[in-house]
Design a protein around this ligand. Sequence first.
Ligand code: C2E
Ligand code: CA
Ligand code: CA
Length: 687
Amino acid sequence: MRIDGMGIDPVEEKEDQQAIFDAVTVGIALLRDRRIERCNRRMEELFGFGPGEMVGRPSRVWYPTEECYERVGQAVYADLAAGREVSHELEFMRRDGNRFWGRQGGRAIDPADPYAGSVWIIEDLTEEYEATKELQLARKVFEVSSEAIMITDAKNRIVSVNAAFQAITGYSREEVVGRDPKFMGSGRHSPAFFATMWETLRDSGHWEGEIWDKRKSGDCYPKWLTIDTIRDDQGAVTHHVAVFSDITERKATEERIAFLAHHDPLTGLPNRLTLTLHLEHAIEQAKRDQLRIGLMFIDLDNFKRINDTLGHHIGDLLLCEVARRIRGAVRESDIVARIGGDEFVLVLERSQLPNDASVVSQKIIDQVGEPYRFESHELHTTPSIGISIYPDDGEDIETLMKNADAAMYHAKGLGRNNYQFYAQEMNAAASERLRLESRLRLAMATSADFSLCYQPQIDLVTGHIVGFEALIRWDDSELGRVPPDRFIPVAEEIGLICYIGSWVLHTACQQARAWLDEGLAFGRVAVNVSPQQFRQPRFADLVRTILAETGLPAAALELEITESTLMETADTAVSILNELKEVGVALAVDDFGTGYSSLAYLKRFPIDCLKIDRSFVLDIESDPSDAAIAIAVIALAHSIGLQVVAEGVETEGQRDFLSRYACDRVQGYLYCRPVPAPEAAQFCRQR
Ligand code: C2E
Ligand code: CA
Ligand code: CA
């Protein structure tokens, strides 16, 4: 089309020309003095005008702002005047205010006077523009994607990779373009693996799965890979798009979870589940091959105490080190598991059983018994070990475990720090204990089989009764009288001691109140407090309540707390004692001398009295060191304002000795055994 001829020959072919003029897909206009003199239909449509509506208007109607109109005007008319054609892209505005991106081309009919006549075409670039924008977006997505993207051609040669690809693989774009991705293979997958992958791709156009590849650095890593095939209109493969992410961390997390399911998180040793699985397998094999298996239960003797006094942090360190030492004492092939707080289980699959079990046990006792040093603490612990042998001591896991456990308890009973093989009698002891436990639970329900005996305490100077120690008695219809030394530890273990303790406290206070009402001057009633009771929340409140319920003045009650309870309760002991002191009761330290506390340590506690343990009193006349300890304890206790009671005084010699060294009170068979309340009252009246 000769647009420069427009308007010059308007006569004959006008209709034809108009038809052509209107049919073109670009807007065409003839301007004079920047006014639209003629334009085609397309131009009107482009700007939202009706037929003929545009003619006569200034070309300002094309532009979004006055400023834009001016700027374009200045620029283009300068060009036109210089005889140049104008072609540029800019934003136009329709009549309704909507803007669009278009290309404008223009030419002066006579460059000498462009204002006199110029021809313009305007082309709508909206679609083209959108397409570019989309492409740019796609490009951006490709680049910023955190997933690696690799595009290969039909021959599987790399065409393009993004930044994430470079970050994950370590290869730059230049290093990989044109190559077959095969070079990144880890060698961990068989040719069959890839054959299947390509087959799937061919059939469905898609494959995804986990695959191990190699980074440029040489290390292999797992990735989750998705591949899609791209085909042209004829259905021929043109490209493959592979998208992948590095799943090293995810795999590590998964593996960690799997590890945790089978291991003890603290020590990293196999846990009970793994132990059971292993034992099942080992027993099957042993059955088939007629082999023996040694099962060893290892328990630390004073772990609870260390944990309670020094804190869990130190306890944890100790367990880890013990685990390490046990591991170090056995072969790689032996299984060491941790199945509870301080309980370890060792499985020996060896030919020299039971002998090997002895050797290994002794080794463990030696190594675990070596001192430990954590932070500023030097610690000692010892193991007690129980051993059962398959098939001699049991043919299934449950029996073997039960028997090794019984043997371990037996080892503890024999003074700890030793190992014992299982023997049939041990189960008798264990079942005996079980019986005791169930009878005890029964007795608990009513308390009817419990009673209290009272043992007087005598003032060595005046010879008067200054107190009674309340001591529990249990008469079971089947077991007969069970000494407190036997059932109190069981009650502690099964968590019933607090109930029993409250019962004792209540009963003793009630009795004391009754004595006061009878006018009996007995001084104080002393009640033993077990460690769990002492540590139970709001123990002082319980004491206060019981005193209120029974009406006994606080001053008439003394609580006996053992030295080891105080030691094991560590820092909280002081505050519990202070609370009790506030209630107004007297406080005595029982079994003094059996623990490791120093008097200096005891000075921190608001206590009134020390009870020298009867083991010192027993040999006070014959054993110079026991005598020396007793003398020192009395002197030092007095120096910090404490009274001293000696328990277990059986002879006059003992009494004289204690009297000589100014012990304040004595208690023992020499005066009176623990007796029921009426007899105790009788004894008191007689004195
Ligand atoms: P313990 O607190 O040291 O009580 C003193 C024990 O020594 C009592 O034994 C008493 O009968 C005994 N005993 C008293 N005088 C003599 C003596 O001259 N020679 C000898 N050889 N022994 C003497 P029992 O009553 O068998 O109590 C044993 C332990 O049971 C108590 O030792 C105490 O630890 C615990 N116990 C007793 N009653 C209670 C109680 O009500 N609550 C708690 N938590 N523990 C209790
Ligand atoms: Ca006592
Ligand atoms: Ca005692």
